[in-house]
Design a binder for this molecule. Structure first.
Ligand SMILES: [Zn+2]
Ligand SMILES: [Zn+2]
Length: 256
């Protein structure tokens, strides 16, 4: 399993916003600037087949508009419907409204003529794609639902939390993962975001698991060593092979 970090930040830093590539054809989130940073990190947007959106905030999904336009412009018609986008309830309306901004491209047609849209509202179901079983966890991000996704290739379970506060469902998410990108936004947890208090508690109580801190404010990101957390940024590659995890080809972090 290989994950390339396209972006891991929040909106208001100069580090790229949320997007992670699992292999070459699966993305988790599509924050601002994703198209630009995909190319820089060796991911061809035309080969992306699945995009999983954690929640509808700009730093996680605003580049979908650019993605949709590129998909229609550069794909021959016979290749339409090769892209599936997954998101929370009411996601179809959100994407349709977004696409309507570019009526010329979409010819006022139903957007589902071009792409597949899957709304996640039954968290007891799983999704099977390209050698992965995907489970979803209903997490809470202020007033919004945030979807924590876990990808299982039969050997390792790799999770992406998105933005979330602490709820008992987050325990289930952490328990399921072997390796995870978990939010560590600021110093303390709020009703919108997980902070260092809960992040470090999870990390200290689950020494058999590997944690990567994401969605960090600069104060957390640039003090990662002192805080004893693994942060990731654009261009980082996490590879899980032969029960070992490496970051950027050399640093073996932990056996799993
Ligand atoms: Zn965010
Ligand atoms: Zn958010």
């Amino acid at each position: 399993m290989e994950v390339t970090v396209i972006g891991s930040s929040i909106s208001w830093t100069d580090r790229p916003a949320s997007c992670y590539a699992l292999g070459k054809d699966i993305l988790i989130d599509c924050g601002e600037g994703t198209s630009k940073y995909l190319e820089k990190n060796g991911i061809d947007f035309l080969k992306v087949k699945h995009i999983f959106i954690t929640h509808i905030h700009s730093d996680h999904c605003v580049s979908l508009l650019q993605f949709l336009c590129q998909h229609i412009q550069y794909n021959p018609a016979e290749k339409y419907k090769t892209l599936t986008i997954y998101g929370p309830k009411n996601f179809k309306k959100f994407l349709t409204d977004m696409a309507s901004l570019f009526k010329v491209l979409f010819e006022n047609d139903d957007i589902e003529k071009y792409i597949n849209i899957v709304e996640i509202d039954d968290f007891s179901k799983t999704i099977e794609i390209d050698g992965y079983t995907v489970t979803m966890h209903e997490l809470k991000h202020g007033r919004l639902v945030d979807i924590g996704y876990v990808f299982n290739d039969g050997k390792t379970k790799f999770g992406f939390s998105g933005d979330c506060t602490y709820t008992p469902n987050l325990d289930n998410f952490v328990n399921e993962c072997d390796v995870m990108f978990l939010e560590c936004c600021g110093e303390s947890t709020t009703e919108n975001h997980l902070g260092y208090d809960w992040y470090s508690k999870f990390q200290n109580e689950n020494l058999d698991k590997t944690f990567f801190a994401i969605h960090c404010i600069n104060k957390v990101f640039f003090n990662a060593e002192e805080l004893k957390i693994n942060v990731v940024d654009t261009g980082d590659r996490i590879v899980i092979e032969n029960n070992k995890i490496t970051k950027n080809g050399k640093n073996i972090i932990k056996n799993i």
